[in-house]
Design a protein around this ligand. Structure first.
Ligand SMILES: [Zn+2]
Length: 240
């Protein structure tokens, strides 16, 4: 009688340990999901910072070229002012050539400024695009956060309930089984137990000896010599 109770109790305890392991997995999955969403927000923020920096650098380039153009133009103005002061045709000619060359240089500069401004225009849209990405990622994060918060309460209540049931059920184990059970659960948790699968351990599929098989058929709790799991008769075999 007592041994049959042990089988039944261990079967129940194993089920509870599996439920607890599953709940622990679900509880761990919540913060993992939040961490992934947080990383996505950070990635979008980094993207925006890079995009804004690219625009800033392009503006610096355009500003520098505009300053160069201004000083080149004022230099040309100065040279033009000196034209009237030329005393010889040769001086006039030399100065005129230099002004023409400087004008060519400013033309190149003007083209470069147009290119720099076009580059700014091309880079600018990446900033609001990244901002939209940040908003979307933040929304997903808030959703994940809210979901995890509400789920965590429910899961923790479930864990507390099963733990209480587990402790109550553990009291039904006979002292000798309890000792083996405590040791194996401490080491392996839910993996410390297995139902017998035909003539093998349901955990590691090691063949059981004839003695072990008959012991388990009698409702005794045996230990797998290969993996150390506590073995019990599955429910279907009892009813069959
Ligand atoms: Zn085994």
């Amino acid at each position: 009688m007592a041994v049959a109770v042990a089988t039944e109790t261990l079967r129940t305890l194993h089920r509870m340990h599996r439920q607890l392991a599953d709940l622990a997995e679900q509880l761990a999955a919540g913060p993992r999901a939040v961490a992934i969403r947080t990383k996505q927000v950070q990635a979008a923020e980094a993207k925006k910072a890079t995009a804004a920096d690219d625009v800033k650098k392009a503006k610096v380039v355009a500003d520098q070229k505009q300053l160069q153009l201004k000083s080149a133009e004022s230099k040309i103005g100065d040279l033009e002012g000196k034209l009237n002061a030329c005393k010889t045709n040769r001086e006039y000619q030399t100065l005129g050539d230099q002004i023409a060359a400087d004008r060519m240089a400013t033309k190149v500069l003007e083209d470069e400024i147009i290119e720099a401004l076009e580059r700014i225009d091309a880079l600018k849209p990446a900033v609001p695009a990244a901002e939209a990405e940040i908003e979307a990622a933040k929304k997903l994060l808030a959703e994940a956060d809210a979901r995890v918060k509400s789920e965590t309460g429910r899961l923790e209540a479930e864990v507390a309930r099963i733990r209480a049931d587990l402790q109550a059920a553990e009291k039904d184990l006979a002292d000798d089984v309890r000792e083996r059970y405590d040791r194996v659960v401490k080491q392996k948790g839910a993996d410390g137990m297995a139902a017998v699968d035909g003539q093998t351990c349901g955990g590691c599929y090691q063949q059981l000896t004839g003695n072990m098989q008959s012991d388990v058929m009698l409702g005794r709790i045996i230990t797998c010599r290969s993996c150390g799991r506590l073995l019990y008769l599955p429910d279907s075999s009892t009813s069959a």
